[in-house]
Design a protein around this ligand. Structure first.
Ligand SMILES: *Cc1c(COP(=O)(O)O)cnc(C)c1O
Length: 412
């Protein structure tokens, strides 16, 4: 097909041309004296993305799943008790991984479309007088349902219970796109991946570990070799790796971090909120609902849209792909067929998102869903325009914006 493919799955995301070009490099010696010029600043700059000053960043040649495994195996021992909430396919997979590693996972089952419930965590931790629970696992952004949980609230709950468990956060589809504060929320292990907000191909898994996590490493009994923190810390100190690093990915990372810092992280978060609000305005105009049950759960990086009864979300996705060269995200596991997802994270702007909304509309009408062509596009256009006008301080539009979006997004 002519023109650009419209990639609107919530990972992998669009790779900016600048990043693609930066990755087109000749191979070089990763043991040369020059190599640390590339790598040492990467560790420092990644810490800015995690919002951490005293954390230690690890770069593994893996996808996000490797980051999950590294975070757990380096800090826990076989049979350790772990508390984790399950409310979507990604929180499920992390729990499954923890169980297969031999951890004793206490699972808090939450309705899909909701997220981590801090009050429940607080009461369980309060009841754990002997401090048997060593870890609390939270997925900040559940990519399967488009739900964002509030990690700052989880931290408050843990503090209120006076419990010393370490806090583990999956930020694979949020870090670099949605507000995340490693130090302020005293997150002990945060996991990110390259192919979502960091706008790279899949292939790097990132972990940021707090000083408490590094202390836990010293006594952690789970087995690990490839993902061992100690080997990494030793080699990384001088800018090297214990094994051959994925060189083009590191050059790509250099460029993607540059792009994020040029825009400024706070602006990146704001842009994601505006794009997401545009998608949500479209969903509302279609007369449909997001999978996320309440506004407090709405994700700024992905929206799962519930298709009306009698329709299959997979048919919408297939029509969009075959006819309009648009990739939408599939419903996974419990919500398979029930939803389709629009990923709105990474290298995107208003008009790109309008294109995806337009394609989703056509595909929905193709399969017989009763929505009005153009209705979602118009609602999103209205949102994008009023956002820009409000920023430019055009009074009427500012009022209109406040009416349209009582939750507000603009803070400049
Ligand atoms: C994508 C994703 C992962 C990791 O998946 P990989 O395919 O291993 O990169 C983990 N958690 C969440 C929330 C994700 O969105």
């Amino acid at each position: 097909m002519a023109g650009r493919h419209f990639l609107f799955v919530p990972g992998p995301t669009n790779v900016p041309d600048r990043v693609t070009r930066a990755m087109m490099v000749a191979m070089e010696d990763h043991r040369s004296s020059k190599f640390p010029d590339l790598t040492l600043p990467l560790f420092q700059d990644l810490k800015k993305v995690f919002k951490s000053t005293d954390g230690q960043v690890f770069i593994f040649p893996s996808s996000g799943t490797g980051g999950w495994e590294a975070a757990l195996t380096n800090t826990l021992s076989p049979g350790d008790k772990v508390l984790a909430s399950r409310f979507g396919q990604f929180s499920h997979l992390w729990i499954d991984l923890a169980q297969r590693l031999g951890l004793d996972v206490q699972v808090l089952e939450e309705e899909w479309g909701t997220g981590v419930k801090p009050d429940k965590i607080e009461s369980i931790l309060r009841a754990d007088k002997g401090h048997q629970i060593k870890a609390v696992l939270a997925v900040q952004n559940e990519t399967a349902t488009g739900v964002t949980s509030h990690i700052g609230e989880v931290r408050k709950a843990m503090d209120a219970a006076g419990h010393p468990a370490l806090l583990y956060v999956d930020g694979v589809s949020s870090i670099g796109s949605i507000d995340f504060r490693m130090d302020e929320w005293r997150v002990d292990l945060a996991v990110a991946g390259s192919q979502k907000g960091l706008m790279l191909p899949a292939g790097l898994g990132f972990v940021c570990a707090s000083p408490r996590a590094l202390a836990a490493y010293k006594t952690a009994g789970l087995k690990r070799v490839y993902f061992d923190f100690g080997d990494m810390i030793k080699a990384n100190a001088t800018g090297y790796f214990p094994y051959t690093p994925a060189l083009p990915m590191l050059y790509g990372l250099r460029e993607s971090l540059k792009i994020l810092f040029e825009e400024k992280l706070e602006r990146v978060y704001e842009r994601h909120n505006v794009l997401a609000s545009g998608v949500r305005a479209a969903v509302k105009a279609w007369g449909l609902h997001p999978c996320a049950k309440e506004p407090k759960w709405y994700s700024d990086t992905v929206t799962a849209i519930v298709v009306p009864p009698g329709f299959n979300g997979a048919d919408v996705i297939d029509a969009a792909f075959r006819r309009y060269d648009l990739s939408l995200g599939a419903g996974l596991s419990q919500v398979a067929g029930k939803v389709f997802r629009i990923g709105h994270l990474g290298d995107l702007n208003d008009l790109m998102v309008l294109g995806a909304i337009s394609g989703a509309e056509m595909a929905m009408v193709d399969v017989g869903i009763d929505i009005k062509l153009g209705s979602g596009v118009a609602a999103a256009q209205q949102h994008f325009r009023s956002t820009i006008m409000a920023k430019e301080k055009k009074p009427t539009d500012q009022q209109q914006f406040a009416q349209l979006h009582p939750e507000g997004v603009l803070n400049d």
